[in-house]
Design a protein around this ligand. Structure first.
Ligand SMILES: [Ca+2]
Ligand SMILES: [Ca+2]
Ligand SMILES: [Ca+2]
Length: 675
């Protein structure tokens, strides 16, 4: 029988070189043939004896350390060709680490904090592109089972990544990508006192809600994370909802390790997974208190997690909406859009995207509700039009919380809300100049004042829609490429009609920020929306040569069949060249059902289809990101969509697919109003 025990020593060799003092640290693995159980206790006399013996052996062989020991740290045996850095980190504010050596393709950092402390590493990517790799370990040895994370540069969506160790050691390995860039990243580190694992108890009241976060949020959660939250419920009729953004919980078998966080909720073991969707875990049948435990089961961690908790009524979890069981979300019911992955929110509907007369369940188009003509048998469609009604997905919500039955009351020049909030911020959607509309397909000056041309080095790449004096909405896919994600490469033209000629009324702006929707999926084109912040409010808005289109609230009704317009400088036929003159095309909105008949389940709730079954009129290449606008009876134009994708251009049976703005209005408002 052959036994072995592992003895780990911290062994350092100090060599004085001309300027640099270098420090090496190594693991020693000693194989011991005479293993006894005493040796497994660090305080036993046998262990201490053995350790002393080992130390003596090491001190005798010190001069030959890197020849004698096959350590796991290659920098010791090979320090001529590799770059090595040791840094003691004691500061509670970030200390910059020395970067790698020029002309070395890799480097290793050993970071050490004082005992009882843990390390936070800050990685900042400094270049718009590079393919370098940084691997962070929760130990002295860069071994796979102590891997915290591996990040590829230059990560566009996360310029700064903050990673934590569980203890006093952290190892960082950098490997150069295909090309040698100068200073693609910078590293800094700081030390934190190791956080205990206090359990939090939340005593919930009827309307309780709040936010929970993993330690050090928004930094990565540390490898030893163990969070325990206890909720004391107000009554047995209430359930607890845990809402996540871009993270969902799935049942997992016990032999399967959770690599992105393990959750124990009501004796169920769930594994967290990062996804491009929101998710809500609903806890029913609670005893008067329930405990939620989140642990990092393996050393591998991920970005800090944040979840919102709230209380819901078990007998009516989604007032006025539909509870979608696969993801726990409350979604709009019978509005013609399959919001739930299983489509159950649109099954068994008496009226789809129409008003249901309460008398006989007759379906009436929304534009006939509160239009002063009775359509329901007892004119119930015309009742309560000026008072508040119960809120549903179809009712507009005033700033004071009052819900209105009248469809699309916003910015129609009639005060509908008690607080008049429906007529606030309505400087949008109107043309300043009465344009001479000549028909045909070429736009005239001032006809589409929200249209923007987004250019790179003088070439039109995508369209955009002005939605305020400083913000342009466009498609995320226009910016997804590494080289196009940088704001500095873009120029925005407003008030433009001809691409090849500048006009005295046009305005050129630079881009200060690009925001892509965090759930944008390059393969499915789901959430295909980007927001560009201009470096200053556009002057052309003051002169009227550019005007924002109105942003529709989430409840804005866009009925299938509505005639809308899409504009852009895109190709006039499939495979053709960009047009020099701004083009306009009228298209009809198409029901989601009809669009699914064309494209199957590639159509998501964030997509809106428009066009004609016979084809012919459509958006095309170069129109991407450009506006699809629909005019309200008040004369104002609302942004219904931005050009996203489609099979070819104008093909029969294949409609143009647009990003459905009403499903993303909340996100747009959040981005625009964030400081
Ligand atoms: Ca729905
Ligand atoms: Ca009516
Ligand atoms: Ca109004």
């Amino acid at each position: 029988m052959f036994f072995s025990f592992f003895y780990v020593t911290e062994y350092r060799v100090w060599t004085l070189e001309p300027r640099v003092q270098q420090q090496y640290t190594a693991y020693l693995t000693i194989l011991n043939r005479n293993f006894s159980t005493d040796l497994s206790f660090h305080n036993s006399p046998t262990f201490k004896n053995e350790a002393k013996h080992v130390q003596n052996t090491v001190s005798r062989t010190r001069g030959f350390l890197w020849i004698l020991f096959h350590t796991k740290i290659y920098s010791i045996s090979d320090h001529e060709t590799y770059c090595y850095r040791y840094q003691k980190v004691v500061s509670s504010s970030p200390v910059a680490l020395r970067g790698p050596e020029t002309f070395r393709p890799s480097c290793l950092w050993h970071l050490q904090a004082d005992p009882g402390y843990q390390l936070e590493l800050h990685i900042e990517w400094l270049l718009p592109e590079c393919r370098d790799r940084l691997v962070v370990y929760d130990s002295l040895t860069p071994s796979d089972h102590r891997l915290i994370t591996s990040v590829y540069g230059c990560s566009r969506h996360e310029d700064v990544v903050r990673v934590l160790s569980s203890g006093e050691w952290m190892t960082v390995v950098w490997k150069q990508g295909l090309y040698n860039y100068k200073d693609p990243f910078s590293l800094s580190a700081q030390a934190w006192t190791q956080q205990g694992k206090p359990g939090t108890v939340k005593h919930l009241t009827e309307r309780a809600q709040g936010t929970l976060r993993t330690p050090f949020f928004p930094s990565f959660f540390p490898p030893n994370t163990n969070c325990t939250w206890t909720f004391v419920m107000p009554s047995a009729e209430m359930g607890l909802a845990l809402e996540f953004e871009g993270y969902e919980l799935r049942r997992a078998s016990y032999n399967h390790a959770c690599t992105q966080g393990q959750w124990i909720i009501q004796n169920r073991r769930l594994c967290g997974t990062r996804v491009l969707q929101p998710y809500c875990e609903r806890l029913l049948l609670l005893t008067n208190s329930t405990t939620v435990v989140m642990t990092s089961e393996v050393s591998l961690t991920g970005p800090g997690l944040q979840l919102r908790y709230s209380i819901f009524n078990i007998s009516d979890p989604c007032p006025g909406q539909f509870l979608c069981t696969p993801n726990g979300l409350c979604v709009p019911l019978c509005d013609g859009i399959k919001d739930c992955p299983n489509g159950l929110d649109e099954r068994n509907c008496v009226c789809v995207a129409q008003y249901k007369c309460p008398e006989d369940s007759q379906c009436v188009d929304y534009y006939k509700v509160c239009d002063q003509y009775p359509d329901c048998p007892e004119a119930s469609d015309e009742m309560n039009c000026t008072d508040g009604v119960e809120c549903t997905d179809m009712t507009y919500i005033c700033s004071d919380g009052t819900c209105l039955k009248k469809p699309n009351p916003e910015c129609d020049s009639v005060t509908d809300c008690p607080d008049a909030s429906d007529e606030n911020q309505c400087d949008c959607g109107l043309r300043q100049f009465s344009s001479r509309i000549v028909g045909g397909t070429e736009a005239s000056e001032g006809e589409w004042p929200w249209q923007a041309s987004l250019q790179v080095r003088g070439t039109h790449i995508c369209g955009g829609a002005l939605i305020s004096s400083q913000w342009v909405a466009s498609a995320a896919h226009c910016f997804y490429d590494d080289r196009l994600y940088s704001p500095s490469v873009w120029t925005v033209y407003l008030g433009k009609l001809l691409l090849n000629r500048s006009s005295p009324t046009e305005e050129v702006a630079r881009v200060q920020q690009i925001h892509l929707h965090q759930y944008y999926d390059d393969e499915s084109h789901d959430y295909d929306l980007a927001l560009l912040k201009l470096d200053r409010p556009a002057y052309a808005v003051l002169t009227g040569h550019a005007r924002p289109a109105c942003l529709p609230p989430p409840t804005h009704q866009l009925e299938p069949g509505l005639l809308c317009w899409v504009t852009g400088w895109g190709a006039q036929q499939e495979g053709g060249k960009a047009s020099n003159m701004l083009q306009k095309v009228d298209v009809r909105l198409v029901s989601e059902e009809a669009c699914i008949r064309s494209y199957g389940y590639r159509v998501t709730p964030r997509m809106l289809c428009a066009g004609y079954r016979s084809g012919g009129k459509d958006a095309c290449q170069g129109d991407s990101g450009g506006p699809l606008v629909c005019q309200e009876p008040s004369g104002r134009w609302f942004l219904a969509g931005v050009v996203s994708w489609g099979a070819g251009c104008g093909r029969p049976d294949f409609y143009g697919v647009y990003t459905r703005i009403t499903r993303l209005t909340e996100w747009i408002k959040k981005v625009i109003n964030s400081p």
